[in-house]
Design a protein around this ligand. Structure first.
Ligand SMILES: [Fe+2]
Ligand SMILES: [Fe+2]
Length: 228
């Protein structure tokens, strides 16, 4: 039994989406994911840190979720900036149930546990969002979602999962960093960065929180083991 994280599977089994926009490291990425996950076990848990499916709705993303469901272990899914299929928790749960997708759950406005750990998370905020332009309301909503999730930890040690990096070379999101530090988060895992942007990732200890980039191409499509 082990806990893993990987972000940005960018599956598009029902849609024609060339992946070379993200760099040359994406050849054959679906097969590579399947091979890497085949080493996991049914009692393992993997947090998928956003950008899971290119599908724009449930119908277009169903094949991707069937692929994910068939992989060993339980999967907890965060929202990424490309998850247009995302819907209300009730509708997503119904979609999973109606399609017999029994190993997938959502990490959004809630918290899960793994051993002694609380698994908390949300999509997060990144400077790209400011180019839309800056939307204070959306930022505050994300900070609120993160805090709601962190509160549910109720004293357990916390592992946090975000889609967007809360810090990056030349960028900090002080509102998100403050919450992670305030709640004593031990480790924070994030995705979103692809190709040449990997080199601008900030990893390791910062403000008492240990950060790791887990986007799929950075991990060469092997889920990162967090703990047993
Ligand atoms: Fe992303
Ligand atoms: Fe991505």
């Amino acid at each position: 039994m082990a806990l893993y994280a990987i972000g940005d599977l960018h599956l598009g089994l029902s849609v024609d989406k060339p992946m070379d926009v993200f760099g040359p490291g994406w050849e054959n990425h679906v097969q590579r994911l399947q091979d890497a996950f085949s080493k996991l076990h049914d009692d393992d848990v993997t947090v998928l840190c956003g950008d899971t499916s290119w599908g724009i709705d449930f119908q277009e993303s169903l094949a991707d979720f069937q692929f994910i469901d068939a992989l060993p272990g339980r999967k907890l899914i965060l929202k990424g900036n490309h998850d247009y299929w995302w819907n209300t928790a009730a509708k997503m749960k119904r979609f999973f149930a109606e399609n017999g997708l029994t190993t997938i759950d959502i990490l959004h406005n809630n918290c899960h546990t793994y051993g002694d750990y609380a698994l908390c998370g949300t999509r997060g905020w990144f400077f790209e969002e400011d180019q839309k332009p800056h939307n204070e309301k959306v930022l505050n909503r994300e900070v609120g979602r993160l805090e709601a999730s962190l509160k549910l930890a109720e004293g357990r040690p916390i592992l946090a999962f975000l889609h967007y990096p809360p810090l990056y070379e030349g960028y900090r999101c002080p509102e998100i960093l403050k919450k992670l530090e305030e709640y004593g988060v031990e480790r924070c895992f994030y995705g979103h960065l692809h190709g040449v942007t990997h080199r601008r990732a900030i990893q390791g200890s910062f403000g008492g929180v240990d950060y790791s980039l887990v986007s799929a191409d950075y991990l060469r499509f092997e889920p990162k083991k967090i703990c047993e």
